[in-house]
Design a protein around this ligand. Structure first.
Ligand code: MTE
Ligand code: MO
Length: 356
């Protein structure tokens, strides 16, 4: 049963549904649920919340099966966090890279309520020697990539035990104060703030603790890249931390702007947990940079909105770019890192406008 069309979103693919937010609609810090991007590899399962069970097994002291009522009865936490698809911005890559051609809007920021994964791990009791915590979704199928297992596979991704224990990692059942919708992983999904969103497994049904690094499809064939080490053989590593990024929401690409009045350049900036310290805007394709003003203070894993008032001195065609720097000293590069293939597109992206 496909999802009903969601008019607020740009359809990149139907069945499975891959729907992009209009980044130009950025307004408040929180992205409304009905305009939050959707990225699914297989058809979204329909799960009866009453019949839903989450099993925690593997290297545990006791196997635990939780109902939704059990989970809702545990101490809840709420975190605001950005979810960004690791392929967000792929449309800008030249030459073109395979995969969904996301432009700016495979990203959003929401308030997630749920139970810390650490609390659920404690219920089961983690045995010594556990390395990875595998999060498994209820959706399954045959991946699109050429090299895939013969049988149908589920969507599964792992976290190292130390990351799984971070207090901000949630098993979430609410998004912006409402129960999760089917598209976003109902009844329960993982939220892994600071990591690209492929780690935030939707439609959770099983958590498996293992004593080795998980080598599943979604972190080896897909969502991984060859790291470049000085003097060492390259290693194929799973994508994890979000790279510092800022994006211009207003004006939008191809906008026509009346000459004379000041132009508000407005957008958002985010990074893997570190606060954004500066955002700069260039109106000459990256030659000169002007300081933008941060609107929001740094807060958990939320993004920070920013603005810059631009007074064009003459009509013409302008290429705008924004560049963020975080408290850890990371700055957006001018070019895409080719080692990252079609992922981690965080260089300063162009927005071309006409002032007339
Ligand atoms: N079970 C499951 N979880 C999943 C996926 C999926 O296909 N199946 N897609 C992942 C990817 S690649 C992204 S970007 C986010 C998207 O979350 P959203 O659809 O709520 O925006 O979910 C992640 N969790
Ligand atoms: Mo993604």
């Amino acid at each position: 049963m496909p999802l009903k069309p969601i008019p607020a979103l740009i359809t990149r693919q139907r069945d499975p549904d891959n729907l992009e937010s209009h980044f130009s609609a950025l307004d408040g810090v929180l992205t409304p649920n009905d305009s939050f991007y959707v990225r699914s590899h297989f058809e979204a399962p329909v799960i009866d919340p009453g019949a839903w069970r989450l099993r925690i097994e593997g290297s545990v002291h006791r196997i635990v099966d939780l109902t939704l009522t059990d989970l809702r009865g545990m101490a809840a936490q709420t975190h605001t966090a950005v979810l960004e698809c690791a392929g967000n911005g792929r449309l800008f890559l030249k030459p073109k890279k395979d995969g969904v051609q996301w432009e700016l809007g495979a990203v959003g920021c929401a308030r997630w309520k749920g139970v810390p994964l650490a609390a659920v791990l404690d219920r089961a009791g983690v045995q010594p020697g556990v390395i990875d915590v595998v999060l498994e979704g209820a959706d399954s199928g045959t991946p699109e990539k050429a090299d895939h297992p013969k049988a149908k596979i589920t969507y599964s991704r792992s976290l190292p035990l130390s990351k799984a224990r971070q207090p901000e990692v949630l098993l979430a059942y609410e998004m912006n104060g409402e129960p999760l919708t089917r598209a976003h992983g109902a009844p329960v999904r993982a939220i892994v703030p600071g990591w690209y969103a492929m780690a935030s497994v939707k439609w959770l049904r099983r958590i498996l603790l293992i004593d080795h690094r998980f080598q599943g499809f979604w972190q080896t064939v897909d969502y991984a890249y060859w790291s470049a080490h000085d003097g060492q053989p390259p290693e194929h590593v799973p994508i994890s931390d979000i790279a510092v990024k800022s994006t211009i929401a207003q004006p939008a690409g191809n906008d026509r702007i009346a000459f004379g009045a000041p132009v508000r350049v407005f957008g958002a900036a985010w990074s893997a947990g570190a606060a954004i310290t500066t955002v700069e805007v260039s109106v000459d394709d990256g030659k000169l940079w002007n300081a933008a003003k941060l609107i929001d203070e740094a807060h958990e894993h939320a993004w920070q909105r920013w603005e810059f008032v631009w007074r064009p001195d003459k009509p013409g065609r302008y290429t705008l770019r924004s560049r963020a720097t975080d408290a850890a000293g990371n700055t957006q590069p001018a070019e895409h890192n080719k080692d990252h293939g079609g992922y981690i597109v965080h260089h300063t992206l162009p927005v071309v406008v006409e002032v007339e």
